[in-house]
Design a protein around this ligand. Structure first.
Ligand SMILES: Cc1cc2nc3c(=O)[nH]c(=O)nc-3n(C[C@H](O)[C@H](O)[C@H](O)COP(=O)(O)O)c2cc1C
Length: 405
């Protein structure tokens, strides 16, 4: 198996369960594979395994409470631990800690860290069978699954409480392999899109009125950036056309207006394997852009003449048709505040793209400017699939998976 763990930082969270002693062996396995291991544990976990043992095995300071001496003055521990780690593995995860994570409780260092952690988290529960079967615990497990935590279910066997049933910590090899699998999938340049050229647009276009004023919209560009980041992580040769300067490890082209964006898209779009137009292109622009700042006059109103902007998505699809291009998959986005699916169906037919990602921007907890989104993916044959509300990074993974299916 490929070693994806070398030089990666794995943050292990240990809670107060009898299986805590097994994590000493897991640390040795990670260390052997070349990973840097950090440990955060609950106070209750200290009853089962000592800090000294874990510090010796991990070769690092072990963290327990929120208010210990801060290693860095400028960053609290729950934030600095998050920054440093590539993945978090909570094992064994007690019923108590699972329930706290599922409800967003952050009353110790471990739960604060996991709440602030925006990278993959593996959770390996271990507990008495009745605790595991408890409906509330099962509900909390479902919440964690829905929120993209990787749950490694306990095994059935003999338990420390002298009973037999489901609840024993899963095999350490399984935790190790899952960690490697996730880090491998997230590794830059090693993924499924190696050799693919991907062009993505992002952000709201900026349509100038004069030297200081413009028309734009609330699009943050986060969805397009998440797609570009993900495509890059999976090994694609990525170009991001974006309306605000950003620092990325891949090529970006900074544009402002819809016309500038169209020029760039039509120049290189059909040389790509995939074009995703996640930018929010303004439908209209000012008919004339004043070279000077427009002065305020004594009039109470002002009329601004607007003209239609080019339809970049439609124009690229037409170019594809004209040139009989069979290679480029074109994906459009459609942001609607009402009749989402009806409008999306009409739009995919009108534009002629291969896929259309429809999102409802009337929702307060997803869409524009949010880190979250909830979308439907429509294809040109009328099929649709739904991606429930998730982080835009997760939505990006699912969109790429779908269009490269
Ligand atoms: C000997 C002993 C073994 C325990 N084993 C487990 C266990 O395997 N899983 C579990 O969820 N709780 C277990 N508990 C109960 C937890 O320690 C308890 O719920 C505690 O509040 C967990 O705290 P933490 O989640 O902050 O670590 C055990 C308690 C004792 C005394």
């Amino acid at each position: 198996m490929q070693n994806n763990l070398k030089d990666k930082t794995i943050l292990i969270g240990i809670t107060g369960g009898i299986a805590a002693y097994k994590i000493c062996e897991l640390i040795r396995m990670y260390k052997k594979a070349g990973a840097n291991v950090k440990v955060v544990m609950t106070k209750n976990a200290l009853n089962f395994v000592t800090k000294l043992t874990l510090e010796t095995l991990s070769d690092n300071k072990v963290f327990v409470e929120n208010f210990e001496t801060q290693e860095r003055e400028y960053s609290p521990e729950h934030i600095s631990l998050c920054d440093e780690a590539d993945i978090m593995v909570i094992a064994p995860a007690s019923a108590n800690t699972i329930s706290k994570i599922a409800t967003g409780i952050c009353d110790n260092l471990l739960t604060s860290v996991v709440c602030a952690f925006n990278k993959p988290v593996i959770i390996a529960p271990a507990m008495n069978t009745n605790m595991w079967n408890n409906k509330i615990i099962q509900k909390n497990i479902s919440i964690l699954k829905e929120n993209n935590y990787h749950i490694l279910e306990p095994e059935t066997g003999e338990l420390a409480c002298k009973t037999t049933g489901k609840g024993r910590l899963c095999d350490l090899n399984l935790i190790f392999e899952k960690t490697s699998e996730i880090l491998g999938a997230n590794a830059v340049g090693s993924g499924k899109l190696k050799g693919k050229k991907v062009l993505i647009t992002a952000g709201g276009t900026i349509e100038k009125i004069d030297t200081v004023r413009y028309i734009s919209n609330f699009s943050s560009g986060k969805m397009g950036i998440a797609l570009a980041d993900e495509a890059y992580k999976q090994g694609a040769d990525v170009t991001l056309i974006i309306t605000k300067p950003v620092e990325t490890p891949y090529k970006t082209v900074y544009v402002q207006s819809a016309e500038e964006m169209q020029r760039e898209v039509l120049k290189s779009g059909l040389k790509s394997d995939l074009v995703i137009m996640a930018a929010a292109v303004a439908d209209f622009r000012a008919e004339t852009v004043s070279k000077q700042k427009i002065k305020k006059t004594s009039a109470d109103t002002m009329t601004l003449n607007l003209v239609k902007n080019p339809d970049i998505l439609k124009n690229l699809c037409e170019q594809k048709k004209k040139t009989k291009n069979k290679k480029t998959v074109i994906v459009g986005f459609c942001a609607e505040s009402e009749n989402l699916l009806k409008n999306a169906k009409e739009k995919i037919a009108k534009k002629g793209c291969d896929y259309l990602i429809a999102n409802d921007i009337s929702k307060k907890d997803s869409g524009f400017s949010s880190d979250y989104n909830e979308v439907y993916i429509l294809d040109k044959n009328g099929k649709k699939s739904h991606i429930e509300r998730s982080l835009k990074t997760v939505i990006a993974q699912k969109i790429l998976e779908k269009v490269f299916e």
